[in-house]
Design a protein around this ligand. Structure first.
Ligand code: SF4
Length: 322
């Protein structure tokens, strides 16, 4: 904005802006597969955080195309309610009419459900959530659950009940993690339980390229098989989970399936979200590779030397680095 970066926000897709509240750059969990590790360590240059909350508001006012704001971290639900309201309340003013949806990404539903039930400011938090809904915004708590076990306790279920009583939705997401949830049965049981509790399964992610990836990753083809088999075990209401999705450099790439086209075995892929919205939902093809675990392991099919988006992606990245 005005030729200088606005700290602590990321305008990720045309309609979606991520906000990293300063106090929320920590987490109840320190998952060893976390791709947000720079947020937790002392490398200040790598860390994203809003130091001047006024500037992110100004930025959003200028960008009328933004409909969705995602508060993320770390975990924004680690902060006190009054701090959270510094980010949320301004968005309820008429000048942010274009912001229709506020999302909050959090692991707290699994790791600290007391946040919504017995913490000293739990009731204040619920009132804040209620206020957002009453002002006509869609409020979505993006709950990070890897395993049905995380939904199994009375306190976890009470947290869900209380959040839903405010009018907020809970959408759920997680990566497939080897040794933790790499089975269709675990996902099916988790999605069924989530639907019963009133949550909306949203994403099954592919384990990202991060520190301990080798220990936690599984081949893309296996992730896709887990997705398919899990889908077959749930009713339509559980089939809202999109996946398996790689949140990669060019955008969110879904593995639609494995097929044989013109005698070649291929992965069928498509973008759910992309740096250029025009790339979305155009099927594209990669040579089948049973060991590939990430987009960067894949090669274009049918003898092509590039995926359709690659030249434009290089241009976009060059523009950004200028
Ligand atoms: S819960 Fe999410 S943000 Fe927190 S450590 Fe785990 S992966 Fe990272």
């Amino acid at each position: 904005m005005d030729n200088s970066p606005v700290e602590g926000i990321q305008h990720k897709y045309k309609e979606t802006v991520l906000i990293f509240p300063t106090a929320g750059q920590t987490c109840h969990a320190y998952c060893t597969f976390c791709f947000r590790w720079p947020q937790f360590v002392g490398l200040e240059d790598w860390k994203f955080a809003t130091r001047e909350s006024g500037r992110f508001q100004e930025y959003l006012q200028q960008h009328r195309e933004v409909t969705d704001v995602l508060l993320t971290g770390g975990d924004p639900m680690t902060v006190k309610t009054w701090q959270l309201s510094l980010y949320i309340e301004p968005l309820l003013a008429p000048e942010f009419e274009h912001v229709q949806t506020i999302r909050i990404g959090t692991k707290s539903l699994a790791y600290w459900p007391y946040r919504y039930v017995t913490d000293a400011d739990a009731d204040d938090l619920l009132r804040l959530l209620e206020k957002v809904v009453q002002r006509g915004k869609h409020l979505a708590i993006m709950g990070h659950y890897e395993h049905w076990k995380e939904l199994d306790t009375p306190i976890a279920q009470e947290a869900i009940r209380r959040i839903r009583s405010t009018g907020a939705e809970i959408r759920t997401q997680a990566p497939v993690v080897r040794h933790i949830n790499d089975s269709a049965e675990i996902w099916a049981k988790m999605w069924l339980l989530q639907v019963r509790l009133g949550c909306i399964p949203y994403y099954m992610f592919v384990e990202r390229q991060t520190g301990a990836k080798e220990y936690f990753e599984i081949p893309l083809v296996q992730t896709w098989e887990i997705y398919r088999e899990a889908m077959q075990q749930v009713s339509g209401l559980g089939r809202t989970a999109r996946g398996p999705v790689m949140s990669a450099l060019p955008g969110k790439v879904t593995i639609e399936g494995v097929a044989e086209v013109a005698g070649e075995k291929v992965f069928v892929l498509s973008f759910l979200q992309a740096r250029d919205p025009d790339w979305c939902k155009r099927p594209f093809f990669a040579r089948f590779d049973g060991n590939a675990t990430w987009l960067s392991d894949l090669q274009p099919a049918f003898g092509k030397d590039k995926f359709f988006y690659e030249s434009q992606l290089s241009e976009l990245l060059n523009m950004k680095s200028l």
